[in-house]
Design a protein around this ligand. Structure first.
Ligand SMILES: [Zn+2]
Length: 484
């Protein structure tokens, strides 16, 4: 527990009271996983910033505890006005939330706002008498507050080393002799610098944005406010839907990009190679995943490891945030819910199959299983259960090296975080991931050295954390890594 509350000196000293603030939640996917599964239970407002004003008119600031969402507060002379600001500090990491924004991707907007706006909850309580009673305040359900509370919960479980230097001096240079194959740099001046908090959460509607969640690190996604001001100098997450899993997924992207100092390089253009195709369930006629490069990729479509690892890391954070790693169960829902396992252009899975298990394969402790459907068949078995009649064409696929799935990578990280004997802390897994220098890893098969391929770099970093953990990487892709 860390006490961030500032000692208050009021005109007339009063007894301190235990002040606790909770937030009401209303999630579309509340029942998912082990944590926050019951919306009828209010959640602690961890690290929430408050201001307290008494009859004398002086305002004092209070930050609630990281653990409990409470603080010991001597109250001023009644009536007391307490205001909640949509800002938290948890384990030294700051985050703010606002419902106001407009996304403009890829457009440079001059920054006029020095800082993102903070919403104030209209919370006013009149405290008549100060006794030894605890004072409990509740913020009603609203997306901006529940997103903030959920971010506080995630950060209370791991600070992801967000206030620490990068674990490896990753090179910003895209090529040249100064950049080594492992992504590090001989030129100190060309090293990527991590992006510092605050993390900015935007929760309003985003016209023209198809997906529920988006994210961008420093300077890559600009946010314009209704008054014309804008912010592009902070790492930002936009989540407009009430899905706790997607919020954690987007935070996973931003946390990784902040540690690296840049986004991952990736390619979504790996051929499906006769393997399972992912469909966008909203569009008809449904087309196999490799027919329009950018749009029909999903958790089980065959990807270059650059894409599988970028999205797989974020999926892992979505899994980890809401599942208890000490329990032998784990589930999550994928973004995609429609698959054509036999590539006959009809959907083999329909609504309801989006819920996947994240247990087991590729647990390094588990024995290798025979692979009737090839490597991808195992993933489908694992996610949906056996009996999907996996097509033989995938079985014969030549390309397994430097290919994986988002699902495999997400469950690989989970199998390490939830290892029954020697779990790896999530922040250590992130150290390994960002230590692979994903800004410069090879997005496709083209490379000068196989050490530039994502799986080789991740394997090398995991080996330094725990030698056995490195074996897990061999299970998310098969075959010898080589440059094409
Ligand atoms: Zn993502």
């Amino acid at each position: 527990m860390s006490w961030l509350w500032v000692a208050l000196a009021w005109g007339a000293p009063t007894d301190a009271v235990q002040l606790c603030v909770t937030v009401r939640t209303r999630w579309a996917d509340a029942e998912l996983g082990d944590f926050w599964t019951d919306d009828s239970v209010p959640k602690p407002a961890r690290g929430l910033h408050l201001s307290i004003e008494g009859a004398e008119g002086r305002r004092r600031s209070v930050v609630l505890s990281d653990d409990t969402g409470c603080a010991e507060v001597p109250l001023p002379t009644p009536p007391v006005r307490i205001t909640a600001h949509s800002r938290i500090t948890v384990q030294g990491v700051d985050a703010v939330a606002s419902p106001d924004h407009r996304w403009r991707e890829g457009v440079a907007i001059p920054v006029r706002a020095k800082a993102p706006p903070v919403t104030e909850a209209a919370l006013t309580w009149t405290v008549d008498g100060v006794g030894d009673q605890a004072l409990s305040l509740e913020i009603p359900s609203d997306q901006v507050w529940q997103a903030l509370a959920a971010t506080g919960f995630l950060l209370s479980r791991s600070d992801f080393h967000l206030n620490e230097p990068a674990p490896v001096p990753c090179c910003a240079l895209k090529s040249g002799a100064q950049r080594r194959p492992d992504g590090t740099c001989s030129d100190r001046a060309a090293v990527l610098e991590p992006v510092r908090p605050p993390i900015v959460l935007f929760t309003g509607e985003a016209p023209g944005v198809r997906s529920c969640g988006r994210s961008g690190p420093h300077g890559q996604l600009a946010i314009q406010f209704p008054d014309g001001s804008s912010v592009d100098s902070h790492p930002a997450v936009h989540v407009s839907c009430r899905r706790k899993r997607i919020l954690a997924h987007e935070l996973g992207h931003v946390i990784a990009a902040m540690r690296v100092g840049a986004r991952e390089r990736r390619s979504k253009e790996a051929p499906v190679d006769g393997c399972v195709a992912n469909f966008d369930g909203k569009r008809a006629p449904y087309t196999p995943g490799d027919s329009d490069h950018q749009r029909s990729r999903g958790n089980l479509s065959k990807e270059y490891t650059s894409e599988a690892m970028k999205e797989g890391w974020a999926e892992f954070v979505g899994i980890w945030a809401w599942n208890d790693p000490t329990e032998r169960d784990c589930d999550y829902d994928t973004t995609s819910d429609a698959y054509d396992f036999d590539l006959d252009r009809t959907m083999d899975s329909v609504d309801g199959v989006a819920r996947l298990s994240c247990l087991g394969w590729p647990d390094p402790a588990a024995p290798k299983r025979p692979a009737p459907g090839g490597w991808l068949g195992e993933a489908v078995d694992q996610g949906f259960g056996p009996g999907w009649g996996f097509d033989e064409k995938c079985h014969a696929s030549r390309f397994e090296a430097n290919r994986s799935t988002v699902f495999d990578v997400g469950t690989m990280f989970w199998s390490l975080a939830a290892h029954p004997q020697r779990p790896v802390p999530a922040a250590d897994l992130l150290d390994a991931y960002v230590g692979a220098c994903p800004d410069t890893w090879a997005p496709r098969d083209a490379c000068k050295s196989p050490e530039e391929l994502p799986a080789a770099r991740l394997r090398d970093r995991l080996r330094r954390i725990r030698p056995a953990a490195a074996e897990a990487v061999d299970r998310i892709q098969r075959g010898a890594l080589r440059c094409e």
